[in-house]
Write a protein of this length. Structure first.
Length: 628
């Protein structure tokens, strides 16, 4: 017996009545799918609002030209130098178009380095270039007021000094003003929360605790990067916002397929951010970027050659290298080197051997990829090469000839690679080969139709279990799980980045930035087009990834690296780390000039304008080009 009396009855376990259990179960089965569907519609709405806000911020103002000086003719005609490399010739495409019969189409060029020094380049060996009456045959430094004689025509050179450049920089449109980047990031955070809620029905799956941790880490990376931008007085975060939006979709696709792979994918995002910053530092210094061309080209060539010999074959292509537990695709990282090597033209502007070097390096890369049977990536490289070659030469007939030669090479490949020809035979006939060559495409189109506009949810999807679905068919996976609206938003995000790049490239400071940004945009958009159109049988299925979204560490890291090239062309004030802020001394000169008492005008410091105080600086650097 115990010490205390036990005359109380034991408590009965409360049991839920059977009818209540059935009611709760039916309510859960019917209400939960409805709530998840509403959540997916809210997910698509948040994505659309993010895209609209980024568009508003990116395209609210036109790309603003920067004037780094001007060239004047004896008759008073003036040509503004709006870039760091300016061609002089009779061609209409020349920056300084001198329409005289004695002037060659491409006669000379005046170029500015990133430290502010100017040089004149004689680019045509048969055309004489005189500097202050002396014949020049090599790049020669320029000073204010120098006379450049091309074809008997005297051109007077006048650069802008530091104070005038700083004044111009202060008047440029500040990035990020039309739409608050903080509010836009808040909407991206809401998007991440809504996407995480879609994964809650999988809470009993193995590895589920990694899902909230990964989403929280991605959100932390996003806000942390934005904090770094604000500390460094940078306000343009639209491109990074779109990249984080696409990366969030990638985490959703990865979590729905294999939560255990989230840590690897998040590590790839971190690696991509590191590449982004490294390339930003390199691109900030044009001299360093050009200097790195040869070692980067050698390293990329060696990596591709190693891949050809020791590569591992996965899904038909021998484009993987495995080092212990780590496997990666070298071709994804070679994309970054390919653009750097192709855009680095500043040391020998318009030199034919520069273009020949690009042709040889491109042929080597495409040849190695062909030997690996990675023809989709080879096609992406070729499109980027066409973009670089056209921007470098402007010679459309040569581009057409190169394309024809590539078509001939493709015909040879189809002859010696029968399985590639089989893909073309299935093209546009996927429903006739649903159990063979059209298996993936037909399943993808069925999944897209089944998902509809709002999607069926990650727990109900089945396309993700088909081979290579989360890489090559990821457009179909997103459409089935989260809806066609969100899948179309993915495409729109890349199109927005590409269109803004084309708009800003026209006002880019250097041809290096113009070529690099346009080539990177061409790579991203063409790769996405191959992925999407191949999955729905509008193009042959080539087996390439969707940038930022397909599962794969190499693709994710390389996509963030390409984003650095897109940012290079953005010349809006405080837009990116690549564009330096005005120096403090120059800012003080601006303040002193603006505070000068009336009636006692201060002559601008240095240069041609010191000798011509009657010409207002703001008028000189605000006029349109007056050339003929």
């Amino acid at each position: 017996m115990g010490i205390f009396p036990t005359n109380r009855r034991p408590l009965r376990r409360l049991r839920t009545p059977y009818y209540m259990t059935v009611f709760i179960q039916n309510l859960t089965e019917r209400l939960l799918p409805l709530l998840l569907r509403i959540d997916r519609l809210a997910l698509a709405t948040a994505a659309i609002v993010v895209l609209v806000r980024c568009c508003r911020s990116l395209f609210s103002q036109k790309a603003e030209r920067e004037i780094w000086g001007f060239i004047s003719l004896a008759n008073g005609a003036r040509y503004d130098l709006c870039h760091w490399e300016n061609a002089i010739g009779r061609a209409r495409s020349s920056d300084v178009c001198v329409n005289f019969p004695s002037v060659s189409r491409n006669h000379a060029a005046v170029c500015r380095s990133d430290d502010g020094a100017w040089r004149v380049y004689p680019v045509n060996p048969t055309a004489r270039v005189l500097l202050n009456g002396k014949h020049v045959t090599a790049p020669t430094p320029l000073q204010t007021g120098d006379v450049i004689n091309v074809g008997g025509v005297d051109l007077y050179f006048f650069p802008a000094d530091a104070a005038q450049e700083a004044r111009q920089a202060a008047k440029r449109t500040k990035a990020g003003r039309p739409a608050s980047p903080t509010l836009t990031l808040g909407l991206v955070t809401l998007f991440q929360v809504l996407l995480f809620l879609q994964l809650l029905p999988m809470r009993h799956a193995e590895g589920f605790p990694a899902i909230p941790v990964s989403f929280a880490a991605l959100c932390g990376l996003m806000w942390g990067l934005y904090g770094v931008y604000r500390l460094l007085h940078r306000t343009a975060f639209e491109a990074e916002t779109l990249a984080f939006f696409l990366t969030t979709v990638d985490l959703g696709v990865t979590a729905a397929y294999s939560p255990a792979a989230l840590c690897k994918q998040l590590a790839a995002v971190v690696l991509g951010l590191i590449l982004f910053f490294v390339l930003t530092v390199i691109l900030r210094n044009l001299h360093l970027a050009v200097k790195l061309r040869w070692p980067v080209t050698a390293a990329a060539s060696a990596l591709l050659a190693f891949n050809v010999v020791f590569g591992q074959r996965i899904f038909g292509a021998r484009n993987w290298i495995s080092l212990g537990p780590i496997s990666f695709q070298p071709s994804e990282f070679v994309k970054l080197a390919f653009i750097l090597a192709g855009a680095a033209t500043l040391d020998r502007l318009y030199a034919k051997r520069n273009l020949i070097f690009t042709v040889l390096f491109s042929a080597f890369c495409v040849g190695c990829l062909a030997l690996m049977s990675d023809f989709g990536t080879a096609l992406i490289f070729f499109v980027a090469f066409l973009c670089i070659a056209f921007l470098r030469s402007g010679d459309l007939p040569s581009i057409v000839m190169m394309t024809a030669a590539a078509g001939f090479g493709g015909a040879i490949v189809l002859h010696f690679k029968p399985y590639v020809a089989d893909r073309f035979s299935v093209w546009l006939h996927a429903w006739e080969f649903t159990q063979s060559g059209g298996y993936q495409q037909s399943r993808t189109m069925s999944a897209i139709a089944g998902g509809g506009l709002a999607g069926a949810g990650p727990a109900e999807s089945w396309l993700k279990y088909i081979g290579a679905a989360n890489t090559d068919l990821v457009f179909g996976v997103v459409s089935e799980e989260f809806g066609l609206l969100l899948a179309l938003c993915m495409i729109a995000a890349l199109v927005i980045l590409a269109v803004f790049t084309l708009e800003s490239a026209a006002a880019a400071r250097s041809s290096f930035y113009t070529i690099a940004s346009c080539a990177a945009a061409a790579m991203l958009v063409f790769q996405a087009a191959l992925n999407v159109l191949g999955a729905v049988d509008l193009l042959p299925l080539t087996g390439v990834t969707f940038p930022f979204v397909s599962i794969g560490g190499s693709s994710m890291a390389a996509s963030w690296g390409l984003l650095a090239y897109l940012k290079a062309a953005d010349t809006r004030q405080n837009a990116s780390f690549i564009q330096r802020l005005p120096k403090k001394s120059a800012a003080e000169q601006i303040w002193a000039a603006d505070r000068e008492p009336a009636g006692e005008p201060a002559a601008p410091s240095g240069g041609f304008f010191a000798d011509r105080p009657d010409i207002p600086v703001d008028e000189i650097f605000g006029k349109e080009a007056d050339g003929q």
